[in-house]
Unconditional design. Structure first.
Length: 256
């Protein structure tokens, strides 16, 4: 299991400004090339929550140690590894714990009968998780309380001068979210939502690196707008689910 700790700043901007924003970033950072020798990655995630949206509620209220659970893959299913992840907020620090599952190990994750094979997951957890606390956290995936599948996909362009560089900037565009109709199918949706902006994120292990002087003109001219509380999962639930749930503040700004 791998653990990633970092600090983040988030901005949004109108999609028609994509070329202008990315061109400005490339003056200072190189496009990051993935294993497929491309700078663009197609990311797909499925998020899990309880029937009462307990994790959604804790995250939108910004509780310390709030957790999100998801399964993520890149590109076409079966072409690369799948990641079982939990994300934890600890004050301003973001902690991501992930288990990498090779394509040959997760065939039963994507079949018509059992989208999530509890037995298969249990074996993977036994193999990769060491501490009792992590086992307790990840085992939510195995519990009856694990419900509410939210599917989110988008394209990501990354900028990073080297693999070991501490600063990374990403732009996510064409962000689409859906409610999966049941736990057995990954292609049937109850409702869909298209996010009208692109998201720029600054990510670094050093909090001081989040302040970037050459981005200031974009901020001062209103080309990018800081929206640190934004969350793809929070927006997905708020824009696709009906019911008595707390709505994020940015929803009104985009007419939601």
């Amino acid at each position: 299991m791998k653990e990633i700790k970092r600090y983040e700043r988030k901005f949004w901007f109108r999609e028609e400004l994509f070329n202008e924003i990315s061109f400005e970033i490339q003056k200072h950072l190189n496009p990051y090339l993935y294993k497929e020798n491309t700078a663009v990655s197609h990311i797909k995630s499925i998020y899990f929550d309880t029937h009462n949206f307990d994790f959604y509620s804790k995250r939108i209220k910004k509780y310390d140690d709030s957790i999100l659970y998801r399964i993520r893959w890149y590109g076409v299913v079966g072409s690369s590894s799948l990641f079982i992840e939990l994300k934890i907020n600890i004050n301003s620090l973001k902690v991501k714990k992930r288990i990498e599952v090779k394509p040959e190990r997760y065939e039963s994750f994507f079949n018509d009968k059992h989208f999530l094979s509890v037995n298969n997951l249990a074996c993977i957890f036994d193999e990769y998780i060491v501490t009792k606390q992590d086992k307790k956290s990840f085992c939510f995936f195995l519990s009856d309380a694990c419900k509410h599948l939210q599917f989110i996909e988008y394209k990501r362009l990354s900028f990073q001068n080297s693999e070991k560089a501490t600063l990374r900037i990403t732009i996510d565009e064409k962000i689409r979210s859906s409610i999966l109709s049941n736990e057995n199918h990954t292609d049937n949706f109850l409702s869909n939502s298209q996010f009208p902006f692109s998201i720029l994120e600054i990510k670094s292990k050093d909090k001081n690196h989040l302040i970037i002087d050459w981005l200031n003109p974009l901020i001062e001219n209103g080309l990018i707008v800081e929206i640190n509380k934004y969350s793809k999962y929070i927006h997905s639930v708020a824009s696709t689910m009906n019911g008595n749930i707390i709505k994020p503040s940015w929803l009104k700004k985009i007419g939601g």
